[in-house]
Design a binder for this molecule. Sequence first.
Ligand SMILES: Cc1cc2nc3c(=O)[nH]c(=O)nc-3n(C[C@H](O)[C@H](O)[C@H](O)COP(=O)(O)OP(=O)(O)OC[C@H]3O[C@@H](n4cnc5c(N)ncnc54)[C@H](O)[C@@H]3O)c2cc1C
Length: 277
Amino acid sequence: MGKIAEYYYASSCRDAVERARALDSAAAYVGGGVELVLRRNPGVTTLIDLGRCGLSEIRETDEGIDIGALATLTEMSHSVPLQHYAHGSVAHWAGRVASNNLRDMITVGGAVARNQPWNDMVPHLLALDAQVHVLDDEERTVPLREFLRSKRGSALVMGILLPKANADAFGYLWRFTRTEQDIPLLHVSACLHIDTGVIGQASIVVGGRPGHAEECPQLSSQLTGHPVDHAAFAPVIESAGRLVDVGDDLRASGAYRRDLLRAALTGLEEFAAEVMR
Ligand SMILES: Cc1cc2nc3c(=O)[nH]c(=O)nc-3n(C[C@H](O)[C@H](O)[C@H](O)COP(=O)(O)OP(=O)(O)OC[C@H]3O[C@@H](n4cnc5c(N)ncnc54)[C@H](O)[C@@H]3O)c2cc1C
């Protein structure tokens, strides 16, 4: 890795973006620094610290819950608004992925900006239809899926908005790991709206395929409008292996991942039945 020649304390988000633009690929923003310490672009010689940019807060707004980019997984797991959002799934899992020490450092902004294929926050936030507050040429709020498609180097993630529309939905996250602190071999997240026993809306996202997180509208639409029972979930479980693009890597075969997919969606059926009780 290249040597760091400068550690720059940005005084504001605008200052951070201007510095990043001036240095182009020689600069990198620092979130928790977890990934930057392990693997960073060898051309990076300046790190831009965001600690003075006011990006650590988690707060409820009229639009939903705003999570500042520098909020750590530990802070998210302790956040009362998040504990009440979408059945508490974000707070619950923010307190369980990786390890204690890492969760104290990993930030939501770093997770989203880095977007490793096996990351757990990104697919879950996608399932919850999260938006991203971005600063680049201008400040704007865009759907996370759009941000991930069109991300530019100097774009600063200022925060994540969890929309109010999903506050009372049921967030589900399933990840298969070989050990408690392992990264997942497969990740499935979902958001279900259930009203008087009927699934009004569903969103299913699969990560660690081993490719990047992928939204699965064909699976999701099979659940919409159906009562929560086995008849609704059986076709989803049966068709997932054909509809979701999972494959081989050094850690697992595509066939194994298809088995995991069935297990994850069986888990989703059990979860839906459980929350109905
Ligand atoms: C051993 C280990 C196991 C892990 N296991 C898991 C796991 O199971 N599940 C999981 O979800 N995660 C896991 N992680 C965390 C994950 O791999 C990343 O390290 C983490 O998401 C990076 O967060 P960070 O805040 O430290 O980012 P940083 O290392 O600070 O930054 C990562 C990248 O994002 C950029 N960046 C940072 N903040 C911003 C911003 N606000 N705007 C724009 N760009 C920004 C940086 O310039 C850099 O390019 C694990 C990490 C380790 C080391």
